[in-house]
Structures are given as C-alpha cells and as structure tokens.
Design a protein around this ligand. Sequence first.
Ligand code: G6P
Length: 471
Amino acid sequence: MKTIIVSNRLPVKITESDDKIELKQSEGGLATGLGSIYRQGNNMWLGWSGIEVESESKQEEIKDRLQEINLFPVFLTQEEINLYYEGFSNETLWPVFHYHPTYAHYEQSYWDSYLAVNHKFKEAVLEIAEPGDIIWIHDYQLLLLAGLIRAEQPDITIGFFLHIPFPSYELFRLIPWRAELLENMLGADLIGFHTFDDARHFISSITRLLPLHASANQINYNDRQVIVEAFPMGIDEKKYESLTHDRLVLENVSKLKENFQDLKMILSIDRLDYSKGILQRLQAYDILLQKNPEYHERVVLYMIVVPSRDTVPQYKELRDEIDKLVGNINSRYRTLDWNPIHYYYRSFETEMLSALYNMAEICLVTPMRDGMNLVSKEYVASRTDNTGVLILSEMAGAAKELIDAIIVNPNNVGELYRAMIEAINMPLEEQLRRMVPMREVVAKFNVRHWVKIYMDRLDEVKQLQASMQAK
Ligand code: G6P
C-alpha cells in the first residue's frame, strides 16, 4: 500500500540549461509538509514538470531522474499551459474563488482543456496506483480529478484538499460548469479546507446546486459517505526557529543591520497577485508618510513581490501598477540617505527571508482574500525573542488562528494606516503579550500535525463507509 500525492506542480523546479537538466527542491509549505510522506518507501508525488518539454527522449530522461526521488511528472503542451493552467485555473477559478468575479473569463476552450488535463492526470495516477493505495489530491487546478478516478476505481481511497478559499454560493454559482465541478469534487472521501467558513460555503453550494442533502458535514453521494471538514494548515516551525541560528542567516542579519540602522522595518512578502492587497498596502504607507513627516528617515518598507503567472494579463497590469506606485512614493519622499520603500520583484533564498523575518519589527500581511497565508506563520515562528508585530488581514485563513495579531480589513486603507502607526509605537510589553500565544499556536498546529490529522481522518472516513455498507 502506498500514498500518492497529486498536485498541479511537483515540489521541484526543473530547469534545462545547455541541454542539461537541473532539479531544485521547492521550499514551499506544501513540499515541506508532505516531504515526510512522499519520500518514504514507494510513496509518490505526481504533478506537472513546470516546463514545456517536447522531445520524448528528454521527457524520458526527466522521468528517470525524478523517479529516483519518488516524483512522477505529467507533461503539458504549450496549449494546455495556456488553456488549462493560465486559462481555466487562473483566469476562471482563481478570480471567482478570490471574490474577483469581474476578472473571470468563462471560455468553453478553457473548460475543455481543464477537463482534458484532469483526464491526463487521471491516466497518470492510474498508471501507478494499485489496490489499497491512498490518493491525496491538492488544489483548484485538479477539482475534477477525484471524480474521474472514482469512476474507474470505485473503492479507492481519495482525499482532496483545497488550498485557496471556497467562495460563497453567490459567487460559485456564476461558473457555467459549477455542477460538474462539485460532482467531481465529491469523488473524494474526505474534502478538506483551511477554514470552517470554506467548508460551510462548499456544503451550501452542494445543497443548493445539486439534488443532495447534507447532514452536518456529511454528504451521501452515490451511496458513499463524503466528509467535509476544516484542517488549518501549519508550517515547519522548527525549521524557521533553527534558521535563526544559521551562519548565513546571521551574516545576512548583520548586513541588514548595517544598511537599515535606526530604521523600523516593515516587511511585506507576497507572490505577485491581485488577491494580496499590495496596492492598498502601498496607499496606506503613502498616507503614513504624508501625514507624519516625523517618520521620514525612521521607517522603511521592505517589499518583496515574487514573480508569478505574469503571462496572465491581470498579473502583468498589477506589476506595472506596483512599479508606478512604488516609484511615485519613493520619488516624493526619498532623501540623500533614505529610500522609503525597498522594492524587489524576484524570489529570495530562505536564508534571506529568515534574516528579514528576524530584522523586521513589523510584518504586513494584508491580502484581500487568502486561503491560509503561510508568510504570517513564518514571521511568527521566526520571532524567537517574542518581539515584533504582525498586522494581519481578517480575510486570510490565518486570522482565525493568529487572533493576537492586529487584525485589519484590507479594503480600509485608513485602518491599515492606523494599524501601522499602532505597530510602530507598540510597547515591548504588548508585543510580547501578543506574540507569545501566536508562537504557541504556530508551534502546536504545525504542518506535521496537519498531515497527521488529515490522514487519520481519511482512515476514519473509510471505516465509517465500511460500517455503513455492512448495515
Ligand atoms: C497558490 C496555490 C498553489 C500554487 C501557488 C503558486 O498558493 O494555492 O496551488 O501552486 O499559489 O502558483 P503557481 O501558479 O505558480 O503554481
């Protein structure tokens, strides 16, 4: 018996230079969390290779290299990348699920490709799955996969986890293929979300769009009991704690200290995405500088935006708008010795991120919508001296757990501004009073705990189904 993890992307970055294939392990939360599972025995992780590879011999070569580390690649053509990944996943599902319906495109060709690629993943899973195996599917790119596998393997164990918010029924109903999406999600035995509200929205869409009833969090579908539940994902807190003693991190910290002497650092780290509230954050910082000249040369906003999906038009536009606003703010307030914003459009090594988490007195995490948001948890885990202030959007899943942060409505720029003032002036005693319980939450509900309770629950669901069938 083995476990097969399935997600759109594999937990490695594959690059090809001078005809040589290079693999780089991903540092992402999911990769870390599931590392303990897929590396064991003959367990596997199946997903898109992340690059377009046309030649079959190259595909075979990549497949062999990946198999050594229990990974199994699915190859996508350029057309599939355009229609399934950029199209249906990121121009239809992503905007609707993040409450941006005006950004959504409903294109038949996107849907056709989404269905075809989910079938492609199904074929790949069935190629390696054997009776008794557990399949754990992740995220919105693969909403149909559980149903497609179930149609061919009625008794197989399937878990599904959604890492982004599940929207209210009023949003979800907009999608032309809403019934097909729900029916296929119900192919799983256990459907997990980050928050109770996401689970509630999902059940409400099920009961209003399909001829089905739910009894609390249980749905009977084709004589099979499906359980819907919240499992808030955690991080590897020990990794972030021990990074604070790492030699490279300490070197980075001392360089940062030299450069930002006497400045209060406000840190902001996101993937480029309109769901992250980056522009509103900049507007609030602009107000702070406008209204409080006494903070000039006393604060700095260190803003990292990690490039993402920049072939999708809205992402390109957002990037241009950020460039403009940062330029505008810096040009108005900068002095000979001070830049109000240090903006980086690129990804950083974990050792640099850890140094920044250590350095920053304030961390600003203000998404418009976010399934969980792990940056907020990484910041907390890195504050080993219990100081620091987290400003956190109430629209992030993490706000349900990190209730001692300064919680803000990210649409309210005035509130963001006031939260920054409060954070800058927060007495040490209050920082400790807030940070200590948040650190306890992050340590207790870590990613190992998340994997364990999900897997235990999946096992219980299968036992429940067996006992119902025996009756
Ligand atoms: C979010 C999604 C993930 C996705 C990640 C990066 O966290 O929930 O499924 O992998 O963004 O996006 P990308 O499109 O680069 O895979």
